[in-house]
Design a protein around this ligand. Sequence first.
Ligand SMILES: [Zn+2]
Length: 278
Amino acid sequence: MFDLIAIGANLTHDSFDADRSAVLERAAAKGVTRIIVTGTSVTSSVQAAALCEAHPTSLFATAGVHPHHAAEFDEHTAVAVRSLLKSPQFVAVGECGLDFFRDYSPRDAQRRAFAAQLELAIEVQKPVFLHQRDAHDEFVAMLVPKRASLAGGVAHCFTGGPKELEAYLALDLYVGVTGWVCDERRGAELRAAVPLIPLDRLLVETDAPFLAPLPHRGRANEPFCLPWTVRALAAVRGVSDERLASCARRNAERVFRLGELPSSPAIGTSGATDPRSA
Ligand SMILES: [Zn+2]
């Protein structure tokens, strides 16, 4: 069985409210033993802290403000995020970045929030968990002058093609790939880029509850779906499933420095709450 780390799961999302513990158990049953919970706002980052506290060996989290919520970012936000990041369970700053596709927050607010979180990441020396959509050039231009001071970064939910990938690799970022890769039609550009991702930079994620891989389309995506992504990636790369899984796990341990924390019995063994009472 795999021993996988699912980076980028939105486990605080309300679609998991009814059976969050069952979600963790289903993940563990498929070999998804550790999960990095995505913080997208102060509220969701605080919720992530509570989840990590209940499952300290299997759950870790990011703390930060998604570009969609950038309009909320002020000096109180920075203080709150900084204080969460003091906990070893918080392994990255984000998700942060620019999203000019949805433009849910004004672009100026997005730029300010992203710049502030880059500074925060430099201050606490934790990697950045990066989100970018339709803002590639500006996003890269903001990262370039900060990159040497940053403690690494992850371009999460990468769906771009070879050209975007080249820019991320030049910034020495890790690249997170979702179930998008399972879709031969919609994922065609991504599938062209995947063979160019060095095996020591590749991460796997579900972006649950979003982006269900093809066999699960139409249902809420869950971390237990991660093996589909692993198998699709291995097939596109022409390596064994096991090799791809172990590379992705070691990469996640390296970029998020998980080896420096006490390691991991299976999910659901510590402090799990009864799903029926949640
Ligand atoms: Zn994202």
